[in-house]
Design a binder for this molecule. Structure first.
Ligand code: FAD
Ligand code: UDP
Length: 385
C-alpha cells in the first residue's frame, strides 16, 4: 500500500504533525484530526491581543536537545532564537537561583565557598547513609541534605504531585543537576532555543503539505478506524479503550492568568518552594521571547491538582498503581490492529518535545519500512511500561 494508503493521524500536536509530514512526503494521504480548535497540542502559542506578548497557552515550553537531527529538523521549519532558561525560586522569604548551584549554596548557608569547599560541605550535610536512594525524598537527602531539600524540593514537590516525596520515585529528582559552579542555565543540552514566531507557527509549517488535511474541533472516535488503512493515535490510551480499567492518574494544571503594566517579576520562571503558597510557580511570558519588546506583561500562576473528567491531562503520575493499570491497557491495546499509539498521551509517559519528535520520526520510518516489506505495524514502537 506504499504511497496509496489513507492514514488517520489523531492529534495535531508535535507527534501527529511530525508523523503526518513524514508519511505525506512518502506519498500517503493524511487526514489529521484534533478535538481542539487549534493545532500545536500542548505546545500551542498565541499572541495576546492586548500586550502583543507570545503566550505559551498550556504552560511554558523551552526547546532543549542533544539530538542534532532533531535540532536540524525543527530549524528547518522555523528560526530558533537564543534562549537560556534561568529559573529562580522563592523560599522562606528569599529569592535563590536554580538549579541548586554554588550561588544557591553560598546564599542559603551564608558562606563564600569555592567549588571544592562547597562540594566537601554538601557531603557533610548530605545523608551518606543512603546508599541506593529509591524515593524522591531519599534521593534529595542523599543529594543535598535536609535543609536544602525542605527549602526547595519538599513543598514544591508536594504541590506539584499531590503526594509526599516519600511516595515518588527517585528518578523525578534525578532530572535536576547539582552544580558546584555559578552556571545557572537550567538545562545542560547542546542546543537550546525558542522558535521566533512560536510553536504553533512551527507546527503549522510542519503540517503545511498538500497531502495533509486538517480537521479541527473534531473528536476522532474508534468507530472511524475502519475508514483508514492505519491510524496513528496521540490521544490518551485509556480514553481509546473506554477507560476499561479505570482512568490512568494524571496531574492537571490550572493557570490563573493576569496582566501587568511593566515587568512583573524580572524573569521568565519564578518557582515557589514553600508549601503554604498554593501555586508552584509564576511564569511571565514576555521573558520567553527576550528578542521582543513589550511594555505590558502576561503572567500565569500555576496550580497543580489531580486530573478529573473533562480536565486536560498534563503529567502522567506513573506510581506503582498507575503502572499496573497501564500494563493492562497496553496488553489490550496490543490486540488492536491497524493502530499505533504514540506521543505523551498514547504511551502515558512524560516526553520532552525533542524526544517526542525523535520518536515520531522513528515511528514514521518504521511504518514506511514495514509497508515496503508488507509487514504489520506494531501497536507500540516505544514500550510504555
Ligand atoms: P499533545 O501536545 O498533548 O497533543 C495531543 C493532541 O491530541 C491534543 O491536541 C489533543 O487535543 C488531541 N487529541 C487527543 N485525543 C483526541 C481524539 N480522540 N480526537 C482528536 N484529537 C485528540 N517539553 C519540552 O521539551 N520543554 C518544555 O519546556 C516543556 N514544558 C512542558 C510544560 C508542561 C506544563 C507540560 C505538560 C509539558 C511540557 N513539555 C515540555 C512536553 C511537551 O508538551 C510534549 O513533549 C508535547 O506536547 C508532546 O506532544 P504530543 O503531540 O505527543 O501531545
Ligand atoms: N522540583 C522541586 N522544586 C523546584 C523544581 C523542581 O521540587 O523548584 C522537583 C519537582 O518534583 C519536579 C522535579 O523536581 O517535578 C523535576 O523538575 P523539572 O524542572 O524537571 O520539573 P517539570 O519539568 O517536571 O515540571
Amino acid at each position: 500500500m506504499r504511497g496509496s494508503g489513507r492514514i488517520a493521524v489523531v492529534g495535531a500536536g508535535l507527534s501527529g504533525a511530525v508523523i503526518g509530514r513524514e508519511l505525506a512526503q512518502a506519498g500517503y494521504r493524511v487526514e489529521t484530526f484534533d478535538a481542539r480548535n487549534h493545532i500545536g497540542g500542548n505546545c500551542h502559542t498565541e499572541r495576546d491581543d492586548g500586550t502583543g506578548v507570545m503566550v505559551h497557552v498550556y504552560g511554558p515550553h523551552i526547546f532543549h536537545t542533544d539530538d542534532t537531527e532533531v535540532w536540524n529538523y525543527v530549524n528547518g521549519f522555523q528560526t530558533f532564537m537564543p534562549y537560556k532558561n534561568r529559573v529562580k525560586t522563592t523560599s522562606g522569604g528569599q529569592v535563590y537561583s536554580l538549579p541548586v548551584n554554588l550561588h544557591t549554596i553560598n546564599q542559603f548557608f551564608g558562606r563564600t565557598f569555592r567549588p571544592d569547599e562547597a562540594r566537601a560541605f554538601i557531603e557533610t550535610v548530605a545523608d551518606t547513609t543512603i546508599a541506593d536512594p529509591q524515593t524522591f525524598e531519599e534521593q534529595a537527602l542523599r543529594f543535598v541534605g535536609r535543609d536544602l531539600y525542605e527549602a526547595f524540593f519538599k513543598g514544591y514537590t508536594q504541590k506539584q504531585w499531590g503526594c509526599s516525596p516519600t511516595e515518588l520515585p527517585a528518578s523525578i529528582l534525578k532530572r535536576l543537576p547539582l552544580r558546584f559552579n555559578y552556571e545557572d542555565n537550567y538545562f545542560a543540552h547542546k542546543y537550546q532555543g525558542m522558535p521566533e514566531h512560536g510553536y504553533t507557527a512551527m507546527i503549522g509549517a510542519i503540517l503545511d503539505h498538500p497531502a495533509i488535511r486538517i480537521h479541527l474541533g473534531t473528536h476522532f472516535r474508534r468507530a472511524r478506524t475502519s475508514d483508514f488503512d492505519h491510524v496513528f493515535y496521540s490521544g490518551p490510551i485509556d480514553a481509546w479503550l473506554d477507560h476499561a480499567f479505570g482512568p490512568l492518574g494524571y496531574r492537571t494544571l490550572d493557570f490563573e492568568r493576569f496582566t501587568y503594566d511593566g515587568d512583573y517579576q524580572g524573569c521568565a520562571v519564578m518557582n515557589y518552594g514553600d508549601v503554604d503558597v498554593p501555586y508552584t510557580r509564576i511564569t511571565e511570558h514576555k521573558h520567553f521571547s527576550p528578542w521582543e519588546e513589550h511594555r505590558g506583561s502576561v503572567c500565569y500562576r500555576e496550580f497543580s491538582r489531580a486530573s478529573g473528567p473533562g480536565d486536560i491531562p498534563y503529567y502522567p503520575v506513573r506510581l506503582v498503581r498507575d503502572k499496573e493499570q497501564l500494563t493492562r491497557y497496553v496488553d489490550r491495546a496490543r490486540q488492536e490492529t491497524a493502530i499505533t499509539f504514540v506521543g505523551r498521551l498514547g504511551t502515558y509517559r512524560y516526553l520532552d518535545m525533542d524526544v517526542t519528535i525523535r520518536e515520531a520520526l522513528d515511528t514514521a520510518r518504521l511504518f514506511l519500512a514495514k509497508a515496503a516489506d508488507r509487514a504489520a505495524m506494531p501497536a507500540f514502537v516505544q514500550s510504555p511500561v
